[in-house]
Design a protein around this ligand. Structure first.
Ligand code: AMP
Length: 427
C-alpha cells in the first residue's frame, strides 16, 4: 500500500516524500481513509506507530479542501496533548506535513510566557495544538475562541486521564461545537477511556494496532537484579563498559532524576535530567543536547518523557521500575523504533519484584534476568517473586573490567541465586 492509494492530495504526498516515508504504517493505513471520510475514530496506538502523521495528514487535507477561513482565522482544528513536549512535537509535525499548504498553526502550552501565544492567536490560526491547562487560560482571557472547531483530536488520552486532566477536558468540550469530528488516540483502553469515548464519539471507527513494544520484536528486554544502593554504580559501569553513546534512563521521581544526573556527571558521564520542575526552555535544551550527542545520558521521569520522539534510540534503562505498568511499555517504546533494534534494560532491586510482576502480567510474558557478576543482589527476592519460566543467566565480566573488591565478590557469591537455575556466560 502507498500513501497515494490512501487518497492524499499532491501537496501532502510531497511533504510525506520529503520525510522519506516509503509506505504508510498500519495505523496510517487504517486511520487516514476513515478520517478523510469524516468519521469519528477511537484508535489504540502508542508513540512510535506513526500515529501523529496518521491524524495530522488527513486533518490537514480536510481543512485545506474546504478553506472556509477566508477572513480572520479562528481555529478549525484543536489537538489536545498531555504534555508540553508532545504539544511541541505535534506542532512540529503539523508544520512539516502542512508545509505546502496555506494553513497556519500555533502551539499553546504552559511553563512559558502567554503573551507570544496571544499574539500568534491574534494573527489568526487554523490549527491549535494545546495542553489543557494553558488552553483554559486562553479561553478564560478570551484570547481564543473554539466556536469554529470542526475537528478535535485527543492525543494520548489515557495519559491525559492519568494526569488528572478530565475536568479540564470537560470544560474544553463544553465550549466546542457539538457538530464536529472527534478523534481519540490512546495507548491503552481502560474503562475510563471507553466511558469517555461513549460520551464523545459518534459511531466511531475502531482501530487497534498491535502495541509495538508488547510485541517487542525489535526490543530486547532484560532485567539485571541488583541492590538498590548499587544501581548507580552498575549503570555507570554498563555505560562505560559497553561504550553506550546515547542512553535514556528513567527514574520514578524528579528528585531521583536530579540526583542520578549529578552522580553520573561526577562519574565523568555527560548527563542531564528532564522533568516537570524544569522550565520548558531547560527541557527543550536538554532534549536537543541529547539528540545532538552533546550529552550522553538523559535522565527522565515518566511525565517528562511522554511523547519524546528520538529516532533510533538504542538503549533505554529503567533505573527504577514505574508504579504504573503501562509506563513500562511507554518507556521502552522510546527504543527499537522505525525498524531499528533496541535494548531495554531494567535494574531491579528486591522490593521492586511486585512491580515487575504487574509489568509481566501486562506484557503477558516474563522478562529474562541477567545477573552481572560483582553486582549480585545481597537482599533476597520477595517470596514467589521469580517466575518459574523466567530465564536467568549470570554474566561474568573480564577481570580487567571488574571494579569490585575481592571481599565484595565473595559476599555476592555467598548470597547468590538461592538454588535457582542459572546460566553462566562470559561477557
Ligand atoms: P509517532 O508514532 O507519530 O510518534 O511517529 C513515530 C516516528 O515515526 C516519527 O519519527 C515519524 O517521523 C516516523 N514515521 C511516521 N510515519 C512514518 C512512515 N510512514 N514511515 C516511516 N517513518 C514514519
Amino acid at each position: 500500500m502507498t500513501f497515494q492509494t490512501l487518497g492524499l492530495t499532491t501537496d501532502l504526498l510531497r511533504a510525506v516524500a520529503d520525510q522519506g516515508y516509503s509506505e504508510p504504517t498500519p495505523i496510517q493505513q487504517q486511520a487516514i481513509p476513515a478520517i478523510l471520510q469524516g468519521q469519528d475514530l477511537l484508535a489504540s496506538a502508542q508513540t512510535g506507530t506513526g500515529k501523529t502523521a496518521g491524524f495530522t495528514l488527513p486533518l490537514l487535507q480536510r481543512l485545506s479542501a474546504d478553506p472556509t477561513n477566508k477572513g480572520h482565522r479562528t481555529p478549525r482544528a484543536l489537538i489536545l496533548t498531555p504534555t508540553r513536549e508532545l504539544a511541541l512535537q505535534v506542532g512540529d509535525s503539523v508544520k512539516i506535513y502542512g508545509k505546502h499548504l496555506p494553513l497556519r498553526s500555533a502551539v499553546v502550552y504552559g511553563g512559558v510566557g502567554i503573551v507570544p501565544q496571544i499574539q500568534a492567536l491574534r494573527r489568526g490560526v487554523d490549527i491549535v495544538v494545546a495542553t489543557p491547562g494553558r488552553l483554559l487560560d486562553h479561553l478564560g482571557q478570551k484570547t481564543l475562541s473554539l466556536a469554529q472547531v470542526e475537528i478535535l483530536v485527543l492525543d494520548e488520552c489515557d495519559r491525559m486521564l492519568d494526569m488528572g486532566f478530565i475536568h479540564d477536558i470537560r470544560k474544553i468540550l463544553a465550549v466546542l461545537p457539538a457538530s464536529r469530528q472527534t478523534l481519540m488516540f490512546s495507548a491503552t483502553f481502560s474503562k475510563a477511556i471507553q466511558q469517555l469515548a461513549n460520551t464523545l464519539l459518534k459511531s466511531p471507527t475502531l482501530i487497534e494496532v498491535a502495541p509495538r513494544n508488547t510485541a517487542a520484536e525489535q526490543v530486547t528486554q532484560i532485567i539485571h537484579p541488583v541492590d538498590r544502593d548499587r544501581k548507580r554504580e552498575l549503570l555507570a559501569y554498563m555505560i562505560s563498559f559497553h561504550n553506550w553513546r546515547q542512553v535514556l534512563v528513567f527514574t520514578r521521581t524528579k528528585h531521583g532524576a536530579n540526583r542520578l544526573a549529578e552522580q553520573l556527571t561526577q562519574d565523568g558521564l555527560k548527563t542531564t535530567a528532564i522533568h516537570g520542575n524544569k522550565t520548558q526552555a531547560a527541557r527543550t535544551r536538554a532534549l536537543n543536547d541529547f539528540k545532538q550527542g552533546k550529552v550522553r545520558v538523559l535522565v527522565a521521569t515518566d511525565v517528562a518523557s511522554r511523547g519524546l520522539d528520538i529516532d533510533q534510540l538504542p538503549y533505554v534503562v529503567n533505573f527504577d521500575l514505574p508504579d504504573v505498568p503501562e509506563d513500562y511499555v511507554h518507556r521502552i517504546g522510546r527504543t527499537g523504533r522505525a525498524g531499528n533494534e533496541g535494548r531495554a534494560v531494567s535494574l531491579v532491586c528486591h522490593d521492586e519484584y511486585s512491580r515487575l510482576r504487574s509489568i509481566e502480567q501486562l506484557l503477558k510474558r516474563t522478562i529474562d534476568e541477567d545477573v552481572i557478576s560483582g553486582y549480585e543482589p545481597t537482599a533476597p527476592a520477595q517470596p514467589g517473586a521469580d517466575s518459574s519460566n523466567r530465564k536467568r543467566s549470570h554474566q561474568h565480566r573480564s577481570d580487567r573490567a571488574k571494579p569490585q573488591t575481592e571481599s565484595n565478590r565473595s559476599r555476592s557469591k555467598n548470597n547468590s541465586t538461592g538454588g535457582r537455575s542459572k546460566r553462566l556466560r562470559t561477557a
